[in-house]
Design a protein around this ligand. Structure first.
Ligand SMILES: [Zn+2]
Length: 280
């Protein structure tokens, strides 16, 4: 998916967890399902390599060794081979951790930030509200919201930029989605998708080659979002705001209606696996 003049994007996955499909799709779910931890790699002219999330990473095992974090492992059994971490995948492409200029953190769930500790020189970008929630929750309160502090590098806040201030400009698009322009270019916008997690980010990439809205975890399956099927009630406790989750889906729907040519992708959706450049 290389672009000759603009931003290129490639998708990879680092590990997966298993859960019953009925949790995600109470109507059509059948059996156990794999939820791949997809992340994206951008090459941004004038900036360099930028990642969007990292998938799971080896620090997951250490971070979930003790209680209450151990509950996280029980709730979502994780599978990650050593050569599947973002760091190892990048190595096969000749990209060193220090070559990654920024990692955009969509939200602080383990399947999105599990690799952060492998990038000791990289700067991070997230929304202010996402990090404020991380700082405000401790112990089981944090784990119940999917936050594992052990995955965060000790100095991560020193390397952290809030998109709210980092962006070149912030606006609300015609679909009601808050969009952030960054890196002095127009092709890539970060978008605010609250609900599943506080201050969650996704992105819109629009150039001559591709128009996509990457909705992160605003839905797990495109089919559910498309048919208006909401996840099982059991996940409500782990979501930040059920109301915002539904409003965010309505805004994505408005965007898709206005831009029927755009691909709507979600991190863990089986449809997204078709975009992976790395075999899974
Ligand atoms: Zn999540």
């Amino acid at each position: 998916m290389a672009s000759e003049t603009g931003i290129s994007v490639e998708f990879y996955s680092s590990g997966y967890c298993t859960a019953h499909e009925r949790i995600v799709d109470p109507v059509n779910g059948k059996g156990a399902c794999k939820f791949y931890a997809v992340w994206a790699l951008f090459q941004v002219p004038g900036i360099g390599w930028v990642m969007f999330d990292t998938g799971y990473g080896p620090s997951f095992w250490e971070a979930t060794q003790k209680f209450p974090a151990r509950f996280y492992r029980w709730a979502t059994p994780v599978f990650l081979k050593e050569n599947e971490s973002a760091k190892k995948i990048l190595e096969t492409k000749g990209i060193a951790p220090s070559d990654i200029k920024y990692i955009i953190i969509s939200h602080f769930h383990a399947d999105h930030i599990g690799g952060l500790r492998d990038f000791p020189e990289t700067s991070f970008i997230c929304s202010k509200s996402a990090n404020q929630q991380v700082k405000g929750k401790k112990g089981f309160g944090a784990v119940s919201k999917g936050i594992l502090h052990g995955l965060l590098p000790e100095d991560y806040e020193k390397r952290l930029f809030y998109i709210d201030g980092f962006a070149d400009r912030v606006e609300v698009n015609a679909s009601g989605i808050t969009v952030y322009r960054l890196f002095g270019q127009e092709e890539l916008q970060l978008i605010l998708l609250p609900g599943h997690a506080r201050g969650m980010l996704g992105f819109i990439l629009q150039n001559d080659h591709r128009h996509m809205l990457y909705g992160t975890d605003a839905s797990w399956f495109y089919s559910c979002y498309d048919q208006g099927i909401l996840p099982n009630q059991v996940v409500r406790i782990f979501f930040d705001s059920w109301n915002d989750f539904q409003i965010t889906q309505m805004k994505i729907r408005a965007y898709e209606n206005a831009h029927p040519e755009a691909s709507i992708l979600f991190t863990h959706c089986p449809e997204t696996l078709k975009y992976l450049d790395h075999a899974v």
